[in-house]
Design a protein around this ligand. Structure first.
Ligand code: UDP
Length: 346
């Protein structure tokens, strides 16, 4: 993980209770920064934050990012607030668009007022079902604007537009990360994405649910690599003047992933096939030359190693669940089993 030579600063992480957000908060605290986590807890979880107060100056604000953010001084803002798993962002598409678009407007206004630099989390979904492979940042993408994924894809595309306009017109310092599929310890059991689904299913001795033929590909990045990329991008200089792909270019088909999961868990469970979701991208792999050149970043954790570590995390998580009924694949496929009731922000 990159160490920082800057003096400690006051950092806001929106979506800080989510999978990536909590990892990022942890790393920032370890670097000595004061961290404020803002989260609605719609998909984020207090469980992800349990260990953080012991690491330094850490505060939680329970709030929707689409509401005005009443903070008066900040040095950095990481805007990560938005559900990222297809079943979660499709559960309330209007809320997803609002989180992306109104959320970034609130963040940009906050940045304008405080002078904070912003890192905006965008996504490989801006490329839609890409016709260019691998995807470079100069590719405009192939998105169905009225499909079931559009709330996220178009929401994030509009987010990028607003980042650019605030940078150009208002002088806000912005960095944009196009994040490709990321996985690792800390994912919720019911995250709904393929790595967690397959691992939880195999560990529970259940068949792996393959959508479509399983020949579609993704490139999976281990969480510590991704966080390292975000930190480097935030602290990058003026040579960075456009969005940057962050992802691991090792490409796997879902069948290859299923084989790896079965091998690593030692559980040769069968596969069950169901129809491909509408507009499911067929192929995805990042071109990371920009990140390599501009940030000196390259992912280090290979899928075999990362999936192995994530398997250990889920095995431990399943074993320690206090309610055995939560350890079933049915529970794992329910959205947001980790959502807790609203409680007072600490
Ligand atoms: N997928 C699958 N089984 C699952 C969940 C997902 O075969 O239980 C497929 C899905 O159709 C897609 C790929 O895995 O082709 C990656 O899906 P995920 O939801 O993880 O991420 P995204 O589609 O957003 O890249």
């Amino acid at each position: 993980m990159k160490t920082t030579d800057q003096s400690p600063s006051r950092v806001l992480v929106t979506g800080g209770a989510g999978f990536l957000g909590a990892h990022l908060c942890r790393e920032l605290l370890l670097q000595g920064h004061e961290v404020i986590c803002l989260d609605s807890f719609m998909t984020g979880s207090r469980r992800n934050l349990r260990a953080l107060p012991a690491l330094g100056r850490f505060k939680v604000i329970q709030q929707d990012v689409a509401e005005p953010i009443e903070l008066d001084w900040l040095d950095r803002i990481y805007n990560l607030a938005c559900p990222a798993s297809p079943p979660h962002y499709q559960a309330d598409p209007v809320a997803t668009v609002k989180t992306c678009v109104v959320g970034v407007l609130q963040v940009m206004e906050l940045a304008r007022r405080t002078g904070a630099r912003v890192l905006q989390a965008s996504t490989s979904e801006v490329y839609g079902d890409p016709q260019v492979h691998p995807q470079t940042e100069s590719y405009w993408g192939h998105v169905n604007p009225i499909g079931p994924r559009a709330c996220y894809d178009e929401g994030k595309r509009c987010t990028e537009t607003l980042c650019r306009e605030y940078a150009q017109r208002e002088g806000v310092e912005v960095r944009v990360a196009r994040i490709f599929n990321t996985y690792g310890p800390g994912m919720a059991l019911g995250d709904g994405r393929v790595v967690s689904n397959f691992l939880v299913q195999a560990l529970c001795g259940e068949p792996l649910t393959v959508y479509g033929t399983g020949s579609q590909t993704r490139s999976f990045c281990y969480v510590s690599d991704l966080i390292d990329g975000l930190l480097r991008l935030m602290e990058s200089g003026p040579e960075v003047n456009g969005p940057v792909n962050l992802g691991n270019p090792t490409e796997l088909s879902m069948l290859e992933l299923a084989d790896l999961v079965r091998e690593l868990t030692g559980n040769p469970v069968p596969l069950v096939f169901s129809p491909s979701p509408a507009d499911d991208p067929v192929q995805r792999r990042p071109d990371i030359r920009r990140a390599q050149q501009w940030l000196g970043w390259t992912p280090r954790v290979a899928p075999r190693e990362g999936i192995g570590r994530t398997m250990s995390y889920f095995a431990h998580h399943l074993a320690t669940l206090s309610r055995p009924q939560d350890a079933t694949p049915e529970a794992a496929s329910r959205p947001w089993p980790d959502v807790e009731q609203a409680s007072n922000p600490s």
